[in-house]
Design a protein. Structure first.
Length: 346
């Protein structure tokens, strides 16, 4: 009787008021967030040394975007070749049907990977990362997975907005299929690179092109709208992205160039995932995109797709690249290697 009375009380408290569901948000007083105690010492040290930084002027014209791109790409390009050399990775620059591609070949290629290729798509919010600025992750993949990598230097706005990036990936992929079996290919990257990989697979399916054997989404930007819960709960806590309101929103609008942000080739989360290849997803508890990655994982699973989700304690967006010597980073690439060995079955 007491149990029934308690449920009745809750029911009446919720449903007797016409204003029960009128609230649109919950206000939480400012509170201090300590360092993640369960994270590695390397990650905690990095958080102290590289705290969240916000606040800078956004470009207001195509000319200003180009200037900012040049500045940031030069910063990220510095030492790229030296890093590749340190990782024992050889760089070969080429073109495939007019699209710039960088081949990254490790000194040692695992026997099982001899006939495989990792198609890498760099991050950078669809506006940064061209040229050598986007090579670090590709070189790290080649080194840690002992696999040959082809990193596509896809077109970006303001000169080449959507759908240029998707079209460039399709162009290169079709040519690679002449040399590699689909099941021997994996496509992916971090952030925009991961989002572009999912968008490209949508395009492959639309065009009747065989899909690759697997897809890698490192905290992928799969929804260019501000919808996921952690865009709000992790705003300011994510020390890399910080907030959607600023550069991310500006980049999303520049990239979409007037197209609906929920177009599946822009925000692949809104597409259909039947017959998608197995997917490997990575995020962290402080990642602004945590909710979007979780939503992607559930949609893939609901469609019957094999999808592995790895969530790391205390990690902000792409911290496995920011703190590449951390146990979290080493573990993530180890998990990705095991995933590939399981999924890329010829």
């Amino acid at each position: 009787m007491k149990l029934v009375s308690w449920y009745a009380f809750v029911f009446l408290a919720v449903f007797s008021s016409t204003n029960a569901f009128s609230a649109k948000s919950i206000v939480i007083d400012s509170h201090e967030v300590p360092l993640p105690a369960a994270a590695s010492p390397e990650l905690r040290k990095s958080i102290l040394e590289l705290p969240s930084v916000a606040g800078f002027s956004l470009p207001t014209s195509a000319k200003e975007w180009v200037v900012l791109q040049d500045i940031r790409n030069k910063e990220r390009s510095a030492g790229a070749e030296a890093i590749a050399t340190a990782l024992k990775v050889t760089i070969h620059r080429t073109e495939i049907d007019g699209v710039r591609v960088v081949e990254l070949v490790p000194d040692t290629i695992k026997a099982s990977n001899q006939n495989r290729l990792f198609i890498h798509l760099h991050g950078g919010a669809y506006v940064f990362g061209s040229g050598d600025a986007g090579l670090f992750e590709g070189a790290l993949l080649a080194n840690r997975l002992n696999i040959k990598v082809a990193s596509i230097d896809y077109g970006m706005p303001p000169d080449s907005p959507f759908p240029a990036a998707v079209n460039d990936v399709v162009t290169v992929y079709k040519q690679l299929l002449k040399k590699f079996a689909p099941n021997s290919l994996i496509i992916g990257g971090t952030s925009a690179g991961g989002g572009l990989a999912f968008a490209a697979v949508h395009k492959f399916r639309q065009a009747g092109i065989p899909v690759p054997g697997a897809i890698y989404g490192g905290t992928p930007w799969v929804d260019l709208t501000k919808t996921g819960d952690t865009h709000f709960t992790n705003a300011g806590l994510d020390r890399i992205l910080v907030s959607y309101d600023g550069m991310l929103r500006a980049a999303a609008l520049l990239y979409a160039s007037g197209h609906d942000l929920k177009n599946e080739l822009i925000s692949p989360l809104y597409g259909s995932f039947e017959k998608f290849p197995p997917a490997f997803l990575v995020t962290g508890t402080r990642d602004l995109f945590l909710s979007d990655v979780a939503r992607m994982h559930r949609k893939l699973r609901a469609s019957g797709v094999q999808a592995d989700l790895h969530v790391y304690e205390g990690m902000s967006h792409a911290d496995y690249l920011v703190v590449a010597n951390s146990p979290e980073s080493i573990d993530m690439f180890g998990e990705l290697d095991r995933f590939l060995q399981t999924q890329l079955v010829e």
